[in-house]
Design a protein around this ligand. Structure first.
Ligand SMILES: Nc1ncnc2c1ncn2[C@@H]1O[C@H](COP(=O)(O)OP(=O)(O)O)[C@@H](O)[C@H]1O
Ligand SMILES: [Mg+2]
Length: 312
């Protein structure tokens, strides 16, 4: 059995343009694997191609070329099995207003051929916090409740892979917390593989084991979150001097900057200079240190450095 939840090879998608509009090449040959049991983040600016990729996985968009395997099932060879292995919470709120939450879950279960005896609508409603709204019409639900219902719908057939497309865009803090608690639980207790896209980089940094960064239809980076964060060479040491600084340290591969709060920010290239050498330079400039801390690059820095210079 494949150890990958998802295997994507040479995936391309070109949307035919509307009248007089040029065709839109949304995916330009993507190769990507997602290991089983991981929480995988798909990051990228608007228009990068994240939703297109996810919708192809979900079988909602037809690819132009390439191969997609879900839990070892080739989407073209075994469409039924590959579809059953994945549940998707889409970016848009596409709910039928005439169904109640319980009704929507039952219909979805029917679509996936889940036998009546194996349906868990009540447990799912409970999990997403909609038990008391089980019989309310979808059109009467708040935006947050509709999102929770979409998560519930993605879970009716107990998929091995759960995909969430921008689940927390524009939702309040409480709902965001509830979503992440659920996602963590599904991952840790049931070993469900989670793939999510998010605009909030600090969220991806906190949630994801592995990350792929997309830019203009291509994957420009794919690594563990830890390695991605470690790949930026630039580090900053912030020094609180014991008295006002008169001379700044001058060393190659180091930029010193006095900040308005009285601290001294020393940005250096970690591959060229050790922390020890930075401290040495500080002492050589006759600066006495009252306190010191370091500032690490965060995902935002990595993201910007990759998509600015990025393979366009
Ligand atoms: N149904 C569609 N028809 C034509 N172009 C589309 C369609 N859906 C998306 N696109 C285009 O494909 C590109 C990728 O979009 P999308 O996959 O939605 O990116 P993301 O989710 O990363 O914001 C964009 O340029 C977008 O305009
Ligand atoms: Mg999108």
């Amino acid at each position: 059995m494949s150890h990958d939840a998802i295997r994507i090879e040479g995936l391309r998608k070109t949307y035919r343009g509307a009248k007089n509009e040029p065709a839109q090449e949304a995916l330009k040959g993507i190769d990507l694997t997602v290991p089983r049991g991981s929480v995988f983040g798909l990051l990228g600016a608007n228009g990068a191609g994240k939703s297109t990729l996810i919708n192809i996985l979900a079988g909602l968009v037809v690819k132009s070329a390439g191969r997609v395997e879900i839990c070892g099932w080739d989407q073209d060879v075994n469409p039924r099995q590959s579809r059953a292995a994945i549940g998707v919470m889409p970016q848009e709120l596409n709910l039928d207003p005439f169904f109640t939450p319980r009704g929507a879950l039952e219909v979805q279960a029917g679509l996936y051929g889940v036998p009546k005896s194996e349906r868990r609508s009540d447990a799912i409603l409970e999990m997403v916090g909609l038990s008391d709204k089980a019989e309310a019409y979808a059109r009467t639900l708040s935006g947050g409740m509709r999102r929770r219902l979409l998560l519930g719908k993605a879970l009716v057939h107990s998929p091995s892979v759960l995909v969430l497309d921008e689940p927390t865009a524009g939702v309040d803090i409480e709902l965001r917390k509830m979503l992440w608690e659920n996602v963590r639980k599904l991952n840790q207790e049931r070993g469900m593989t989670i793939i999510l896209t998010t605009h909030y980089l600090e969220e991806a940094e906190e949630m994801c084991d592995e990350i792929a960064i997309m830019h203009q239809g291509a994957v420009v980076a794919r690594d563990s979150t830890r390695n991605l964060l470690g790949q930026l060479d630039s580090k900053t040491m912030v020094i609180e001097p014991a008295e006002a600084v008169s001379t700044l340290p001058e060393v190659e591969n180091l930029t010193a900057e006095s900040r308005s709060d009285g601290t001294l920010a020393l940005t250096y290239s970690a591959s060229q200079l050790s922390a020890d050498a930075v401290l040495e330079a500080v002492r050589a400039a006759n600066i006495r240190i009252r306190d010191v801390r370091t500032e690490q690059a965060d995902l935002e820095d990595v993201f910007l450095s990759l998509t600015r210079s990025g393979a366009a």
